[in-house]
Write a protein that binds this ligand. Structure first.
Ligand code: AMP
Ligand code: ZN
Length: 113
């Protein structure tokens, strides 16, 4: 398996893991763009948002739920934070294993760049 994030799941390359359960892994982004920048990924390899099937909806909900839990634990849930999923080239996706960015600890502008 050539996928970078599958290698992190399988402990073939190191990551700073902040949460793990049977379905989901979360770790600090190697190149943070906010005081907190974590990636929440399913353990199942799914390449892009376009590849999610109906049977996987609970898994995607778990990514969102984990983001909210991590935000609460780290104390910025009430202040506010941002979650982002980039899809394909124009969406800015660079790793083709779906991941939710959890960004916290500063204010974010809108619209996105
Ligand atoms: P995206 O551009 O949405 O596909 O996001 C990919 C993210 O993965 C980027 O924010 C990268 O900084 C991050 N990233 C790439 N390699 C690693 C790694 N080995 N460990 C942690 N984060 C990584
Ligand atoms: Zn993968």
């Amino acid at each position: 398996m050539e996928c970078l994030f599958c290698k992190i799941i399988n402990r073939e390359i190191p990551a700073d893991i902040v949460y793990e359960d049977d379905h989901v892994l979360a770790f600090n982004d190697i190149s943070p763009t906010a005081p907190t920048h974590q990636l929440i990924i399913p353990k199942k390899h799914i390449a892009t948002l376009n590849d999610i099937e109906e049977g996987e909806l609970a898994l995607i909900g778990r990514l969102q739920f984990t983001a909210a839990q991590l935000a609460r634990q780290q104390g910025f849930a009430d202040d506010g934070y941002r979650v982002v999923m980039n899809c394909n080239e124009k969406g800015g996706q660079t790793v083709y294993h779906i991941h939710m960015h959890l960004l916290g600890g500063r204010a974010f502008t809108w619209p996105a760049g």
